[in-house]
Design a protein around this ligand. Sequence first.
Ligand code: ZN
Ligand code: ZN
Length: 238
Amino acid sequence: MKPFVADVHMHSLLSGHAFGTIRELAAEAAQRGLKLIGVTEHAPGVPGTVDPIYFRNICDAPRLLSGVEMLYGSEVNILNGGELTLDQRHLNCLDYAIAGIHGTCYEDAGIVGNTDNVIRCMENPKVKFISHPDSDANPLDYPALVAGAKANGVALEVNNSSLRKQWSRPGCVANYRRMVPLCMEMGVPLIVNTDAHDPGAVGDFTLARQLLEELGVSDEMILNTDLEKLKDFLLKNK
Ligand SMILES: [Zn+2]
Ligand SMILES: [Zn+2]
């Protein structure tokens, strides 16, 4: 499998429970040979994260650090009812949005309800992929999820942090073993990210790579094996 050239889901100090600055994230990315990173602070709903005014000021954020191209997005919470925790005005300030379920602002709705809520969020034009769709804490109907991703032009993430901290995402390995072959069957792109909360984890895709190689995933299926393909997917209207 080709090397991954970008990592587009990570958090800086601004998310309130992470440990590095954007400059430290970029420096580590440069050391690991990445061409691009995306910093994706949590949206409201995760305690201690940035006030939405941060997202309105992304226009002032540096676009190149340590020789690494910088994008700025947000990991926005999926709420019960299929709503997102950031309004469209702020979503429009982002390079791209990730939608994901977090227990700080979500009550498990069962497999059908969870899947419906995720698919409703995929419909937002700014949402380009779903973070860590992998936990038994909020089970998902994988055939329906992958079909929803296909219909909405959304990618599904394989999250290296889930694999590294499996106690926080119970069942994630078995769930990826279900989800990934369905993506291959239906032609839904995968994106591999570290979800680093410390600069030391940026660009370390070891566990995700092992799993994907074992499942026989081709390079073409993975967005971040090709910089232009990735930028096209994240930055162009779907
Ligand atoms: Zn998350
Ligand atoms: Zn995250």
